[in-house]
Design a protein around this ligand. Structure first.
Ligand SMILES: [Ca+2]
Ligand SMILES: [Ca+2]
Length: 246
């Protein structure tokens, strides 16, 4: 008799088989695309597996793990990520940068995003002149810079992210909610009425930047979060609440 125990998902098995060119973190596989592309293409090169996209690095913890496990080996090579600036921007080079999916839907920006020092700068002209409205991630420093979208000199490989078809949420903090001052809260995604816990998980799964959520079982609401690595000052005791994350 032969028993098979599934210790790894298909995605994790594939990810591990990529060797140094991939790393599995928080139920997703990060890889480097095989081709250089213009940054205007938000999917190109990240189609080797289902549920692929250019990476959305909304959690400082995931950013640092991607650096340590994957990109540090590439030195100062820069990789495209899914961060875009709206052309209506008028308030300086950092204004209006948002995580953006392949359908051009925007999801706001986590305020704890780690920019590279002196970035974004809209190089070469100071201020916001629409010269750098795309963004990339530097391999060994793990900072993000604004960058040219269509200049052929800026053709780069992408940092890709493949998510599990069905991601499992784990209760991280039981009897606790998030402080309203926390930078983890996704703007506008607070106290959403739901029927049951599973609806929070579905909302978080389809909202591209969501990494975690607070579910209040009496109020039947959920609040979506950029990350689950909340500090003690970002959490408040609340019997009916639980904070779930990937
Ligand atoms: Ca710009
Ligand atoms: Ca720049």
């Amino acid at each position: 008799m032969h028993l098979t125990v599934a210790l790894k998902t298909d995605l994790r098995t594939w990810c591990d088989a990529q060797g140094k060119n991939a790393t599995y973190i928080a139920q997703r596989c990060f890889t480097i695309s095989k081709t250089n592309t213009y940054m205007t293409n938000l999917l190109s090169g990240c189609e080797e597996k289902p549920k692929g996209r250019m990476a959305m690095l909304t959690s400082p913890l995931i950013m640092s793990q991607v650096k340590v496990n994957l990109t540090s080996q590439f030195g100062l090579e820069r990789f495209q990520v899914s961060l875009r600036q709206k052309y209506s921007s008028t308030n300086g080079p950092s204004d209006n940068f948002m995580w953006t999916d392949k359908n051009n839907i925007t999801y706001g920006l986590n305020s704890d995003l780690k920019w590279t020092p002196n970035e974004p700068n809209d190089w070469p002209t100071t201020g916001e002149n629409q010269e750098e409205d795309c963004a990339d991630f530097t391999g060994e420093t793990a900072g993000i810079s604004d960058s040219q979208c269509t200049d052929p000199a800026y053709l780069r490989r992408a940092l890709c992210e493949y998510r599990e078809p069905s991601m499992v949420f784990i209760p991280y903090f039981v009897g606790q909610s998030v402080s309203s001052s926390s930078t983890a809260i996704i703007s506008g995604q607070t106290d959403i009425k739901v029927i049951q816990l599973e609806h929070c998980a579905i909302l978080c799964h389809v909202f591209e930047v969501c990494e975690a959520f607070v579910y209040k079982k009496t109020q039947l609401t959920c609040t979506l979060l950029f990350r689950v690595d909340l500090t003690a000052t970002e959490r408040i005791a609340l019997d009916e609440a639980t904070i779930y994350g990937y």
